[in-house]
Each structure stands twice: as C-alpha cells, then as structure tokens.
Design a protein. Structure first.
Length: 391
C-alpha cells in the first residue's frame, strides 16, 4: 500500500544555510527526479517521514518497504541510486548552464507552489523573474489556421504591452506563434517542455528555443536527457497552467492537449479564456465548447486584463524593478507609481517630514529611480517618456 502524504507542498525543508549544504542537498533532489515512480506525492511522504532529502535518498530498501513504499518504486530507487554519479550530474548541469529549483528554493515560482502536485524539481535554461508572477498561458492546436495565428499575434502583443509574461509549450502552431509574438513585442516568454531542457522539441524550433532562453526561460520537471515521450506532455500541461494566472485557448479540438491544459487550470483554480471561431472548422470546436461551458469569451487583450484585474500591472512591475537603498526610499516607493503624486500627499501617506521627503526624492531622482513631473509631483522613473497631466 502506498504511503499517504501529509506534507504541505509549500513547506520549506530544514537545511543548513551554507553553500556546501545547499549543493549537497541539491544532488539528492536531482537524484530523485531521475527515479521512475517517485513523483510529488511519494516524495512528500518520504520527506515527511525522514525529514531530510539526504536521509530519504540513503534509506534502506527494506525500511522503505516497511513504511509503505511500493516494491517497484523501491527497486527503481535502488537501481538509480547505485548507478548514478550525482557529482557528474551536477557538473553536467553547470556545464550546460542549467539552473535547478526545488521545493526548498526561495525563488521557486509562487503560483506553482499552490497546485496539489507541484513538481519537486524544476530545471531551467534562462531566468525567471518576479515579473513572471503575472503570466498567462496561451495554447492551442499544432495545426493552426491563419485566423488562429493572427488572433494569437494580436492578443499576445496586447498582453505583452501590459507586462504579461506569455507561457506555452514550444510546440508547432499556436505555441510557436505565441512565443514569437512575445519575443517580437520585446516581452518575456516561458516554454514548458515534456523532455529535458537540453533537448529542443520539435527540433525545428531550436532557434525559437534559443530565443526564449534569451527572453525568459525554458522549464521542465524532467532531468537532462529525457526524450520527448508522448506520455510526458499531458503531465507537463499542469505546469503550464500552474505557472499562470489563467489559460487562453486559441484553437483546438474538443479533445486535445489544449483542453487538457484547460482542465488542469480549472482544477487549480485558474481562469480559462477562449477565442471564439467559426462553427465550420474543427479547430474552433474546443474554444467554442469551453465558452459554452463557462470560459470567458475573448476578443481583445483587455478582456483578459480586466477579468484578472491586471490593468495596473505596469505600475506594479515598475515599482518592483526599483530597489530601495534605505528604509525611507522603501516607504516612498510604496506610494509611488506611474500616476503623479504630490510631495505633500506623500507626507500625509507616509508620516515622513517634508525635508526628509524632499532630500530623499532628490537623491532618488539623481539615481534614476523617480522623476519629477509638473511642479512637485513625482512618478516612478521609466524608460519611455510619457506625458503626464496633473489634475
């Protein structure tokens, strides 16, 4: 009988804070990611029982059976453990510039932590940023029509302009259009793979994959060298939706990979959006069905932004991008956005004295953190000059 886990997926494991201890723990996380049959639920149960990832990795097979791990999983763990050089795995990751996040990593994606079966290990090529918390998945058929491609480009451009990160799966068709549209709009995009991050699949999307690494990240729960087996892709779709605030279905049949992603989104409490299409094409059957069953009908990017309450995302993103040097700067940055605010209003909102505010704003302006507009009004500094009108 399998073990029943009581471990919270958001739980932080106890570990030494030194770099050596973190690296030592990391090798065991990597090891478990290569063991067939030990997924999120079984690993949580092992961690709940042993308390430390190293102890779970080194556990005696007989004890593992005694506490309830099934025979096949025990055999798989023993086989991988005896045949795997963990130091060589770490060296390979470093050589290929692959980052690894685990449940115990502080920068493990916040949204992904909330799903029931969050992956214990994430392999990354590229970089995740705090701005990626505002992300939308855009998925659809590999056999996209001209209508589907054009709608994808139009909607993705509008979302990127508002600071949304676009997530998809690097597949042909809609996925490819979504990634390229985000890159061309100078936005961020993440690709979640059903294989190792050292493999670009399909191979024709190698150039796109390299571009995504430069403008976001390629992500997978599968270890290096994992081939794109067909059984991996339905599972990876839970990560696509799990990283996102919502999922936009562009085109696809009623029974399709896009539909699987939509189902995961609903299970995870995410919003589902769909673009309507003609009743004469099978590729529109999926989105039309989802709309009939409660998905939000989308005709423009603002439909999504309003539903997710993300119309002010640019303000939040800019504020996050500015790092304060002291407590006073931090207090002022809490009140500043792209909307002008008068220095007197800053005093009322923060309780700071006028001289302290004035001197701090002067230093922040010299550092390029804020900008004065029309009198004594201030805004977060941004690259593009915007004409501000103060009422």
């Amino acid at each position: 009988m399998d073990m029943i886990s009581s471990v919270d997926p958001v739980k932080r494991l106890n570990c030494d804070d030194s770099e050596g201890a973190v690296t030592n723990d990391l090798r065991y996380w990597i090891g478990f990611s290569k063991v067939p049959g030990i997924g999120p639920s079984r690993l949580r149960a092992l961690l709940d029982y042993y308390g430390q990832i190293e102890l779970a990795w080194q556990a005696d097979p007989g004890e593992l059976r005694a506490i309830g791990l099934d025979k096949r999983s025990v055999e798989n763990l023993y086989r991988v453990r005896t045949g795997l050089d963990l130091d060589a795995e770490l060296e390979k990751l470093e050589r290929l510039k692959v980052s690894v996040l685990t449940w115990e990593s502080e920068d493990y994606p916040r949204l992904l932590r909330t799903i029931a079966d969050s992956p214990p290990v994430l392999y990354l090529r590229g970089k995740l940023t705090p701005a990626d918390e505002w992300a939308l998945a855009v998925v659809g058929t590999r056999r996209a029509t001209a209508y589907g491609r054009e709608c994808t480009r139009l909607l993705v451009e509008g979302l990127v302009e508002s600071g949304i990160t676009i997530i998809s799966g690097l597949a042909y068709g809609i996925d490819t259009e979504a990634h390229w549209a985000a890159i061309r709009a100078k936005g961020r995009t993440l690709a979640v793979l059903g294989c190792g991050v050292d493999i670009f699949y399909p191979t024709e999307n190698r150039k796109l994959g390299q571009a995504i690494i430069e403008h976001g990240a390629i992500v997978s729960e599968y270890p290096l060298g994992t081939n794109p087996d067909s059984g991996n892709f339905p599972r990876r779709n839970r990560i696509i939706s799990g990283l996102s605030l919502g999922v936009l279905i562009m085109e696809g049949a009623i029974q399709s990979g896009a539909r699987i992603t939509a189902d995961y989104a609903l299970e995870q409490g995410r919003e589902v959006f769909a673009v309507p299409g003609t009743i004469l094409r099978q590729s529109s059957a999926g989105p039309n069905y989802l709309i009939q069953n409660g998905a939000k009908l989308v005709t423009q990017a603002n439909d999504i932004l309003e539903e997710l309450n993300l119309t002010m995302i640019a303000h939040h993103t800019e504020a996050r991008a500015v790092i304060p040097d002291n407590e006073v700067e931090a207090v002022l940055l809490e009140q500043l956005s792209t909307d002008p605010i008068h220095i007197d209003d800053l005093g009322q909102a923060t309780g700071l004295s006028a001289p302290e505010i004035a001197s701090t704003l002067t230093m922040m302006e010299l550092k390029g953190m804020v900008r004065q507009v029309e009198g004594m009004n201030y805004v977060i500094s941004r690259e593009e000059r915007v004409r501000y009108v103060v009422e």
